[in-house]
Design a protein around this ligand. Structure first.
Ligand SMILES: [Fe+2]
Length: 425
């Protein structure tokens, strides 16, 4: 088959997931089934306070398995917070890990697993150009992820995101071995989530799915020289499309309801499942412009105190940092694949859209943002036109993500997208 030197192969790897109301009550059974004897339970103070982590600990200990708890995961992990947890992991003699919490706790557990299995400095493994891009030489120890927010899909993905304050940037460690071995997704664990957290997490789900669906297809990328070089984010492919499409449908159908009424069990469950579906989709296809812009938006200034979140430090919730540039980003990418943009608009709107143009999808996203109380744009998060050069420089550092955009993105294009995103309405 003629390939023009393009990739002809994609892979489908996904975390086995147990889903449903009450699924977390089976955590002890699962950890035992994984053959573990002594685990590190990685969580954060909020999840401990909500009595979720202690309950999980109790259920695992009831199976005769030793549990040591690390409850200091930060909402926005840094290399230092990862290092502290990884030191604890390296000294603890654990044969496996259980993460209970939001994306930060799950990412912290991934890094604990990486460093305690293969040693080395965290920065060695961080994506270039910020880190050394070192690849773990062999699989890690077993990790079971129990998410307590419906957003990151971290239970299904191969990345751990961290903040590098002295370089004022967010980046990550990304490798197929970082993917958790199992996930337990229990909507009961999100019951106490404030509506702002539901909003931000849910918009992250929508972006994961939309960006994955609108990423450059795997077979339009250059063929890799050997399988080791095939990136986790491979580009749009038929299998990732199915997961992303379902997640878009759920986001469009249920996010408004889940934000409006935390006791709406059906909506909350659908968003929890949607997060995992989108996680599998973007764990395969990848995300691009909105996520690349989100990292400097979250990393550059730390002034925004988000409503509904703990008030221990100001920060921009991830989902909001992503969604604010999504309308302008998809207006920009429209002409690269108009039909797929129309399909995303249709899935989110939940109705047939016969005719679409570059504004159709952005308008549907903006309406959703308004309905779930998202910030209006980048300005509301503490930035103005004078910050655009810095934001562009930060986004350009996310080369791993930007290569996934369906068309070439220049610094000027990013500046235009950020300028348009100052206020979306
Ligand atoms: Fe995200």
């Amino acid at each position: 088959m003629a390939t023009n030197g393009n990739e002809t192969i994609f892979t489908m790897e996904a975390t086995p997931i147990k889903y449903g109301s009450g699924a977390s009550e089976e955590v002890g059974w699962e950890v035992k089934r994984m053959g573990l004897k002594r685990v590190m339970l990685v969580s954060d103070p909020g999840v401990v306070k909500a009595n979720i982590a202690p309950r999980i600990q109790e259920l695992i200990e009831a199976e005769g398995i030793e549990v040591e708890v690390w409850d200091s995961s930060r909402v926005e992990p840094t290399a230092d917070s990862f290092q502290a947890a990884a030191d604890f992991a390296a000294e603890g003699g654990f044969d496996g890990f259980v993460a209970v919490g939001g994306g930060s706790s799950i990412d912290t557990a991934k890094v604990c697993d990486l460093i305690s299995t293969h040693s080395g400095e965290i920065l060695d493994y961080v994506n270039p150009p910020i880190g050394g891009g070192k690849k773990p030489p062999a699989p890690l120890k077993p990790l079971l992820a129990v998410p307590t927010t419906a957003g990151t899909g971290a239970e299904a993905t191969t990345v751990a995101i961290l903040d590098i304050p002295d370089q004022r940037v967010k980046t990550g460690i990304s490798h197929a071995y970082m993917r958790p071995n199992r996930g337990i997704v229990d909507p009961n664990l999100t019951r106490t989530m404030p509506s702002e957290v539901t909003s931000s997490c849910g918009l992250d789900v929508v972006c994961h799915a939309a960006e994955s669906y609108l990423t450059k297809p795997y077979n339009e990328r250059p063929k890799v020289e050997n399988p080791d070089e095939r990136p986790p984010y491979q580009g749009a492919n038929p299998i990732a499309d199915m997961w992303s499409a379902k997640a878009l449908e759920y986001g469009g159908n249920y996010l408004r309801r889940a934000v409006k009424d935390g006791e709406d069990v059906e909506a909350r469950g659908a968003m929890m499942l949607g997060a995992s579906l989108a996680g599998i989709g973007f764990g395969s296809a990848g995300v691009h412009i909105p996520h690349a812009c989100a990292y400097p938006i979250a990393g550059l200034k730390h002034e925004y105190q988000p409503p509904g979140y703990p008030e221990d430090h100001p920060f921009v919730p991830h989902g909001w940092s992503v969604i604010v540039t999504a309308p302008a980003a998809f207006r920009f990418t429209y002409d690269a694949m108009p039909e797929r943009h129309r399909q995303v608009a249709e899935l989110l709107a939940g109705e047939r859209i016969e005719k679409a143009d570059e504004n159709t999808l952005p308008e549907i996203i903006i309406q959703l943002m308004k309905d779930v109380g998202a910030p209006k744009g980048v300005r509301e998060l503490g930035y103005d036109e004078e910050d655009i050069d810095d934001l562009v420089a930060g986004a350009m550092k996310q080369e791993r993500l930007l290569v996934g955009a369906p068309k070439e993105v220049s610094e000027e294009d990013l500046a235009n997208i950020l300028r348009e995103s100052m206020e979306n309405w």
